[in-house]
Ligand binder design. Structure first.
Ligand code: SF4
Length: 548
C-alpha cells in the first residue's frame, strides 16, 4: 500500500512562512508577538508604564520579546549553574536587572561620548561595560526605572539603543580606521551614516524574520564573511573603488560563509542596494522555524544567482554592474599597536582582555586620549579599542597611560587574540563562565608560554563561547571553545568546552574542525591551549598559518 502523503503536502501548504508567497498568518510565538504589535512601540510603554511600575508591571510579551528592539535583555539570575540552563523556565532564569546594549555603528565614538558612556555605567550599571565583538558597548545591572533617563542622556550625545537587538537591522560594523587608513580601498562611513538616517527605526524594517547583521568596510577588518550582508571594498578595473556585495553569512549552530553576488556597488548606491537586500529578506525570509530564519538559509536554498536576479528584478528594477572579488588578505587585521594614518598622525590600538573594561576605565580613557590631543576613539570587532589622530610626540605617553588602565598597546599574542562572549555571569543561555576564564587564560599563558613568544609571529586567536551559539565567533578562531558540560577524569559533570581547531577568515576562510572527543574541562583549559600552541610552533613550516 502506498503510504498517505499528508506530511509533505501539509508542509508544502504551510511553506516556510514567507510573506511574499502569501503566508501572513504567524507560524510561531515570535512571529505572533511581532504581528500583534510593532516592537518599536514598546518604547512608549517603557517610558509611560514600566519605568514607573517597576519590573513586576512588565507584560511578559514585551519583557522577553519586544524589549530587545531597544537593546534590553533580562540578565541571568545569579547563582544558577550552567547544568540547569536548559531545564528551567525563562521566568526562573530572569533577573530583575537588564543587559542594555548601546549600538555604536562603525565603532565610532568621540571622547565626549566615551566619557558619557562611562559615567552612565558608574551611575546606573554598577560600573560594568563590555566592548562586544560587534563594536557595541554592553551594560549590565540596569533597572527598568532608569532606562528612560539613560536613553535621554545617550540620545542627547547622538547615541542610541534602538534596534541594538531583536529581529531588526542591528549595529552596522565598519572599519575602525575608515577614512584614515593608508591602504583602505574606500571609506564606507558615508554609506553607514545614510543607512542609519534612512532605515534604523523605520517600521518597514522592524519586523524581519530574524536579526540582520551588516558590515561595510574598505579594508577586510570586520569579519565580512560571516554577515547577513557585507560590502567589501574592491577596485573595479573600469569604475574604480567601490564595494563587492556578499549575502548569507552567519555563524550560530549552522555556520555558513557569505556568498558573493558578483556585483560592484559604488558608494552612493550602497544604501539602495542594502534596502533591496533587507527587503528580499523581509519578504522571502523563512518565518516558520526560528532556527531556519536567518537569511543564510534562503541564500543557501536559492543560490547567489537567483538571489541577485530577484533583487534586481523585483526590488532594484535594474541590472547591477558585474564586479571582481576583492583580493583576500592572509589574516584578519586587528589594528593593535601604533600605525601611521594617511594625514601624518597615528592611530594606536590597545587590547583589554576579551573586551572587559568598566565605566571608570572608559572615563579615564577619554581623559588620556584628550591629553594626547585626540578626540576620537574606535571600538573593534575583536573587542579592542583604538585611539585615532595621535601626534607622533604624544604616542609614548599615551601608550603608558593606556597601559596603566589595563589597555596594552604591545600585548602578548594571547591578550591580543582572545575573545569571549558574555557567558554565565549574565547570559541566560550560557552553560559556562567565559570572561573571567579568558582573563585567567591570558595571565596563565603570558607566564607559561614566555619562552616561545618570539616564535609566534601573529596572534593565535582563542575565542570562548558560553553555549552552542556563536556570539564570540568560535568557528572562525584558530582555537574555538564552545561551552558545555563535560565529564572529568573522575566522572563528574563539570564546566568545559568542545574544541574547534583551525578556523579563520580572509585567505582560506573556513570553519574550525570539531574534532570528535576533543573536549576539555575548564580546569584543564590553559594546559590544553599551551600544548596546542607549543605543538603548532614546534611543527609548523615557515609562514604557515594556524588554520593551514
Ligand atoms: Fe550567551 Fe551563548 Fe551568546 Fe555566549 S554564545 S553570549 S552564552 S548566547
Amino acid at each position: 500500500m502506498v503510504p498517505p502523503q499528508t506530511t509533505p503536502r501539509a508542509k508544502q501548504r504551510r511553506g516556510e512562512g514567507q510573506w511574499a508567497l502569501g503566508y501572513r498568518e504567524p507560524l510561531n510565538p515570535n512571529e505572533r508577538s511581532k504581528k500583534d504589535d510593532n516592537p518599536l512601540n514598546v518604547r512608549t510603554r517603557i517610558e509611560n508604564i514600566y519605568a514607573h511600575g517597576g519590573f513586576d508591571s512588565i507584560d511578559p510579551a514585551d519583557l522577553r520579546g519586544r524589549f530587545r528592539w531597544y537593546g534590553l535583555y533580562t540578565q541571568r539570575k545569579p547563582g544558577i549553574d550552567g547544568g540547569r540552563t536548559a531545564t528551567l523556565e525563562p521566568e526562573e532564569l530572569d533577573d530583575e536587572y537588564f543587559m542594555l546594549r548601546v549600538r555604536i555603528d562603525g565603532g565610532r565614538l568621540t571622547t565626549q561620548q566615551l566619557a558619557l558612556i562611562g559615567e552612565l555605567s558608574q551611575t546606573y550599571a554598577r560600573d560594568t561595560a563590555d566592548i562586544t565583538d560587534r563594536q557595541n558597548i554592553q551594560y549590565h545591572w540596569i533597572r527598568i526605572e532608569d532606562v528612560p533617563t539613560i536613553w535621554q542622556k545617550l540620545e542627547a550625545a547622538g547615541l542610541t539603543t534602538m534596534e541594538a537587538c531583536g529581529d531588526s537591522p542591528r549595529v552596522i560594523l565598519g572599519s575602525p580606521v575608515a577614512g584614515i587608513a593608508q591602504d583602505e580601498v574606500i571609506d564606507g562611513s558615508p554609506a553607514i551614516d545614510e543607512i542609519l538616517t534612512r532605515y534604523i527605526g523605520d517600521p518597514r524594517f522592524s519586523n524581519l524574520p530574524r536579526k540582520f547583521k551588516t558590515a561595510i568596510s574598505g579594508l577586510q577588518d570586520v569579519a565580512h564573511e560571516v554577515h547577513d550582508i557585507a560590502f567589501v571594498g574592491v577596485n573595479h578595473p573600469e569604475h574604480g573603488p567601490g564595494f563587492d556585495l556578499w549575502v548569507g553569512g552567519g555563524l550560530s549552530t549552522n555556520p555558513m560563509l557569505g556568498k558573493r553576488l558578483g556585483t560592484w556597488i559604488p558608494l552612493d548606491e550602497v544604501p539602495d542596494v542594502w534596502e533591496g537586500v533587507i527587503s528580499v529578506f523581509r519578504d522571502y525570509g523563512y518565518r516558520r522555524l526560528r532556527h531556519r530564519a536567518r537569511i543564510k538559509f534562503l541564500v543557501a536554498d536559492w543560490g547567489p544567482e537567483k538571489f541577485r536576479q530577484i533583487l534586481q528584478d523585483e526590488y532594484l528594477k535594474r541590472e547591477l554592474v558585474d564586479g571582481p572579488a576583492p583580493e583576500a588578505l592572509p589574516q584578519a587585521r586587528d589594528h593593535i599597536g601604533v600605525h601611521p594614518q594617511k594625514d601624518g598622525l597615528f592611530y594606536v590600538g590597545a587590547a583589554p582582555i576579551a573586551g572587559r573594561v568598566s565605566g571608570s576605565t572608559l572615563v579615564e580613557v577619554a581623559k588620556v586620549v584628550e591629553r594626547a590631543g585626540s578626540g576620537r576613539v574606535r571600538l573593534t570587532p575583536q573587542q579592542k579599542l583604538i585611539v585615532l589622530d595621535v601626534p607622533e610626540s604624544e604616542i609614548k605617553t599615551l601608550q603608558a597611560d593606556l597601559a596603566k588602565l589595563g589597555l596594552q598597546t604591545e600585548p602578548s599574542p594571547w591578550r591580543r587574540g582572545v575573545m569571549a562572549c558574555t557567558g554565565i555571569e549574565f547570559c541566560k543561555l550560557a552553560i559556562v563562565e567565559t570572561k573571567a576564564r579568558a582573563v585567567d587564560l591570558v595571565s596563565t599563558l603570558e607566564t607559561s608560554l614566555k619562552d616561545i613568544v618570539d616564535g609566534v609571529s601573529a596572534p593565535i586567536s582563542v575565542h570562548i563561547n558560553g553555549c552552542p551559539n556563536s556570539c564570540a565567533r568560535i568557528q572562525t578562531a584558530d582555537i574555538g571553545l564552545k561551552g558545555q558540560i563535560v565529564t572529568d577524569a573522575d566522572g563528574n559533570q563539570v564546566e568545559g568546552f568542545q574544541v574547534h581547531l583551525g578556523g579563520g577568515l580572509g585567505l582560506d576562510a573556513g570553519f574550525g574542525r570539531k574534532l570528535r572527543g576533543h573536549k576539555v574541562t575548564a580546569d584543564e583549559l590553559s594546559d590544553y591551549v599551551e600544548r596546542v600552541v607549543r605543538n603548532f610552533v614546534a611543527q609548523r613550516t615557515e609562514d604557515e598559518r594556524f588554520a593551514q
